[in-house]
Design a protein around this ligand. Structure first.
Ligand SMILES: Cc1cc2nc3c(=O)[nH]c(=O)nc-3n(C[C@H](O)[C@H](O)[C@H](O)COP(=O)(O)O)c2cc1C
Length: 166
């Protein structure tokens, strides 16, 4: 098993991962001083219904990593095709991510995307290291849906949802 891992071709690994289509989220939080932070994430997943838990994986090298680790709360904004450019901005280091006025603040000052396909607000329950990432587990205290459909991320591109095959 260890040998197999050592022989893993990094490009093939990335290529295989890119064959898995995923939804796209912009995950946001705020620092104690009120500064907003956020990053684009496709690693979002449901974890538990009771208690209501979700997870998202964050690169430990991300600029926003310290802010998320220190945060009490974070918000998962599930984005639509109209947010493709915004999602690329939140995936770009050094960008002034909140400069374009797409976000509103909730009552706790956390950034929320008002026209998101869904907004899931969480308390940070646990942060579990996983390789070069950390798994942020959030206990959901509020979830709401919008009218837009979610966008998909597949092989480095944003796509509309396809049609049912049944
Ligand atoms: C579609 C897409 C999905 C991404 N998913 C993740 C993810 O799940 N976790 C992660 O840490 N970075 C992910 N990234 C990369 C981060 O969004 C990007 O590195 C971001 O700039 C990190 O935050 P920073 O600017 O604070 O360093 C993704 C990028 C894209 C374009």
């Amino acid at each position: 098993m260890a040998d197999q891992v050592q022989r893993l071709d990094a490009a093939a690994f990335r290529s295989a991962l890119a064959r898995f289509p995923a939804g796209v989220t912009i995950v946001t939080t705020r620092s104690a001083g009120g500064t907003p932070h956020g990053f684009t994430a496709s690693s979002f997943a449901a974890l538990s219904l009771d208690p209501p838990l979700v997870l998202v994986c964050l690169d430990q090298g991300a600029d926003c990593f310290p802010a998320f680790i220190a945060a009490e709360r974070f918000v998962v904004n599930i984005v639509t095709p109209a947010h493709a450019k915004l999602a690329m901005r939140f995936a770009t280091k050094g960008e002034d991510k909140f400069a374009h006025g797409s976000f509103e603040s909730d009552e706790g000052g956390h950034p929320i995307l008002p026209d998101a396909a869904a907004v899931i607000r969480c308390e940070l329950e646990q942060a579990i290291p996983g390789g070069d990432h950390v798994i942020l587990i959030g206990r959901v205290h509020d979830a709401r849906v919008g009218s837009g459909k979610p966008v998909m991320w597949y092989r480095g591109d944003f796509l509309h949802l396809g049609q049912s095959v049944t």
